[in-house]
Design a protein around this ligand. Sequence first.
Ligand code: ZN
Ligand code: ZN
Length: 357
Amino acid sequence: MLDVPRPPSRTPGPPLVRGVRSLGEREVCPRLLQCRASHAPRRRHPQPRRRGRLMLARWEPGAAGDQRGCRGGRAIADLPGDQGMSGRFDRQSFLGADSEELLAGLRVAIVGYGGGGSHFGQQLAHIGVGEILVFDDDIVEETNLNRLVGGVSADVAAITPKVTVADRVISGVNPAARVRQFGCKWSEAAEELAGAHVVLGAVDSFAERLNLERFCRRFLLPYIDIGMDVIQRSEGYEIVGQVILSSPEHQCLRCMGLINDAVLEKEERARQYGDAGSKPQVIWPNGVLASTAVGLLIQLITPWQPLPAAAVHLEYNGNTSTLQPAPRLAYMLEHGHGCSHYPRDEVGDALFGAPLF
Ligand SMILES: [Zn+2]
Ligand SMILES: [Zn+2]
């Protein structure tokens, strides 16, 4: 279970974790919380949503107005040997005239820096995300090197924390990015996590996914989840995986059927018998899933695609090399079925701390 502060009551009030912006301020990020009129009646949102990317300037006072994406006191233009950097983002200018500033002002959390999360770090660095929070309490081991992007042999002997690999990769690509390393459980740095704009999760278990999603719902953070598994069938191996966007007020992991009580109980039994440890993992499905997840993130942040989805569940089949929309969420969207697991009046504090299963 989490050991983040448990809310004392269901009465509305200021966030229990300090440093979290209010619900009102969350709405400065319109594309993150945008309602898709196609599946939800407008009246479900009692307060008018402010739209338009101009509002993004309020995310980070000063950041959006900084033409060079200056973060942490260092501007890209000030860095030594910088002559070739002015055109760094030229080839992605189609993302929007102000996309460079939007991304430079963005604070993304990566939870779990392993086979999946390390792709996140690499891509966020290249695309120009200004602040990246990395949560992982593990060190680099030999068995990670088949898939840990940026992990090198010397890290094993040096007992390098995975968050250090993240910093090396990200800072190496984009010295202007601010990388913040949290070599602990994310629940031990919950205040920091709550201050992110978006959370990318590549964690090991369903229970952890559920905990993360609940946390994100509480703080009105979009949560993007990836995961893969290898299943042994009588006829051979099957690689499966998922990419999910779980946005506040929209369909959740339970809605989508990724998580249910049976899944959690089975996982818990496996954990108790000690056979949950060394699940098969390979690099390419993680790459497919993480890349797709970054695509969803960029759709939320930049205006290049007019109508980003608020709820996404893509199912990966590594045997056919396909990603398909999951039928269950498609059905819910088509029929206007919203989430009943995180009632609106519990957003902010009440749900958090309730029993998991
Ligand atoms: Zn909606
Ligand atoms: Zn739900």
